[in-house]
Design a protein around this ligand. Structure first.
Ligand code: AVI
Length: 303
């Protein structure tokens, strides 16, 4: 479904998938989130990638192909590429085509010997990957897996397993921690996460000709302990009517649009999920404070 269709359907169900955050503006806002002092996942994962790059390179081997799911600015993969011996090809996949093309051009300039073949598309849908050039290794950093419901996360991992054609997956997973620390990460003092959330409505104004008053909506993010997830919502500050796609949607003061879940895992819980998706979990790397984890997953019984 297109953004227009899903946005209108989302106004009906009051639930919109987080993938629609990432137009060019949303991708840029997400890049700013990654630099925030409160948002620990990015710097923690970067430090892990940096510290263990030689180990990853030894596991990946010579002449491999890296496929990155949800590549964004492709910053993290550089730590892998720098450590790899003669990587053959890099295939970044991202839903924001415009943003992906920019990032691919920069990578080509920085890695002249590497074939960079971006694929603009939605990896939660059917996507046709080019035939593998060398051993194919999947890279899914950032704990984006946490933005899927656990059953959908399992289905997505199973799909990656098929796409990887016998190759392994290196995946970043945010870990459960003190709720106050989680809360701060999604309610930063500069309001960048709020702007990221509100950009969904700004995008509807830009692309769908909606006339939504952004000042009439508030960012809300909180940790929900029973479900082990951060929930993000846009909350209506007053009674209002939205007119989008020829339909009318009424929101009362306090009504919310649920825009994102970000699940937090325990190491063992995530390994169990990976097993259910057909992977044999290998080593796990975490920082000293056990904020974030990187998992090496091999396909169980490769064909
Ligand atoms: C991309 N994803 C893993 C981020 C997260 O933490 O769930 C998206 C995000 N939402 C608000 N801040 C960051």
């Amino acid at each position: 479904m297109s953004f227009a269709e899903e946005f209108v359907a989302g106004l009906r169900t009051r639930h919109i998938a987080p993938k629609w955050f990432y137009d060019a503006e949303g991708s840029r806002l997400f890049e700013r989130i990654c630099l925030l002092p409160e948002y620990y996942p990015t710097r923690t994962e970067l430090a892990l990638l940096d510290r263990h790059a030689p180990e990853f390179a030894a596991r990946i081997g010579t002449g491999a192909e890296i496929v990155e799911f949800g590549a964004g600015a492709s910053v993290k993969v550089r730590l892998l590429l720098d450590a790899l011996e003669s990587p053959r090809r890099f295939v970044p996949i991202d839903i924001s085509g415009e943003y992906l093309a920019e990032a691919a051009a920069t990578l080509r300039a920085d890695y002249p010997g590497l074939a960079v073949e971006p694929l603009a598309g939605d990896f939660t849908r059917d996507l046709v990957l080019p035939p593998a050039a060398g051993r194919r290794i999947g890279f899914f950093p950032g704990s984006s897996i946490g933005n899927f419901e656990p059953e959908a996360a399992q289905a997505l991992l199973a799909r990656f397993r098929q796409w990887l054609d016998g190759g392994a997956l290196l995946i970043g997973v945010d870990l459960f921690k003190e709720p106050a620390e989680l809360h701060a990460a999604y309610n930063d003092a500069q309001g960048v996460t709020a702007a990221f959330n509100l950009n969904l409505l700004a995008r509807a104004n830009r692309e769908l000709g909606a006339d939504i008053d952004l000042g009439a909506w508030a960012h809300a993010a909180f940790y929900h302990p029973p479900l082990r997830r951060i929930e993000m919502h846009l909350v209506s500050r007053r009674r209002q009517v939205l007119q989008v796609g020829g339909e009318r949607f009424e929101f009362d003061e306090g009504d919310s649009l649920h825009t994102e879940n970000s699940y937090k895992y325990g190491v063992e819980g995530f390994r169990a999920l990976a097993r259910r998706a057909g992977f044999e979990p290998g080593p796990v790397w975490t920082d000293a404070a056990r904020r974030f984890s990187l998992h090496w997953l091999e396909p169980a019984n490769p064909a």
